[in-house]
Design a protein around this ligand. Structure first.
Ligand code: ADP
Ligand code: MG
Length: 247
């Protein structure tokens, strides 16, 4: 990206945006958690990020990686529940990947390490109705966008946000297999997962920060990327009698 001071500013801006978003969505996240959990996810995340704002205030000479590590340590001690150790532990350990600053390569490594740590700690596969269902497609999409499609980080993040959103929607019709919601068994079906939703909000805040720091580049992808893999799924793709239309 750029020099350390610029990167530090970007990290502080991202923290502020995430904290602001968690405050705005506190009641919404708590409503989601009241349907399939214990109605504390919004309060937990808001308390955590308010504490992060306090703890990172004054880290004016710190390396970006150390600021991100402080985010993790603070979330572990302040958030509690399942989400605190999962998010906190991941920010803490994945921060090491940013030791050389914020580049496309280091941010891909950060994203992969973040997901790996959530899975190590929480042991939830994709499809268990957890934050993993938003995080996994977001991380895979970010990595592919950078490494194979050669997209700019902002575009890659925009695609990652789209992928996370599809992941959040995917949590609604499935049964929870991990965490508190799993106690409900089949009654968890039909409810959107709070942790997947907070993951999406964090990613959106980070993407918005990237847009404001790097410019929105060519965000053509934003308008054209479908929200659902559509070709086979839409009835219009067939000619009416079930036969595929060939061109
Ligand atoms: P708690 O369930 O302890 O009250 P929170 O309400 O803060 O904790 O967070 C709940 C969220 O944590 C869930 O919506 C889910 O996304 C996530 N979660 C719970 N257990 C796991 C797990 N084993 N792996 C990944 N995510 C999990
Ligand atoms: Mg809860």
């Amino acid at each position: 990206m750029a020099d350390t001071a610029t990167e530090r500013e970007a990290v502080f801006s991202a923290i502020e945006r995430v904290a602001e978003r968690m405050a705005d969505e506190k009641d919404y996240l708590t409503d989601l958690d009241s349907a399939i959990g214990d109605a504390d996810h919004g309060a937990n995340m808001n308390r955590g990020f308010q504490a992060v704002l306090e703890k990172t205030d004054g880290m004016d000479d710190a390396e970006p990686a150390d600021i991100v590590k402080t985010v993790g340590v603070t979330l572990i001690s302040e958030v509690g529940g399942a989400a605190g150790p999962l998010y906190g532990g991941s920010f803490m350990s994945a921060s090491a990947e940013l030791a050389d600053g914020l580049t496309p390569e280091t941010t891909v490594a950060f994203a992969e390490a973040f997901l790996e740590k959530v899975q190590d700690r929480g042991d939830a596969p994709v499809g268990a109705k957890t934050m993993v269902d938003a995080l996994t497609p977001a991380v895979h999409t970010y990595k592919k966008s950078i490494e194979q499609d050669d997209l700019e980080p902002v575009e890659a993040l925009t695609k990652a946000v789209d992928a996370a959103e599809r992941g959040v929607n995917f949590t609604t019709p499935i049964r929870a297999l991990k965490g508190r919601a799993s106690y409900l068994g089949w009654r968890s079906v039909g409810h959107q997962d709070p942790g997947a939703t907070s993951t999406l909000f964090m990613l959106e805040a980070i993407q918005e920060t990237a847009v404001s720091h790097l410019g929105d580049g060519d965000l053509e992808a934003d308008a054209t990327s479908p929200t659902v893999p559509d070709e086979e799924a839409t009835p219009e793709a067939a000619d009416g009698d079930g036969t595929e239309v060939s061109e």
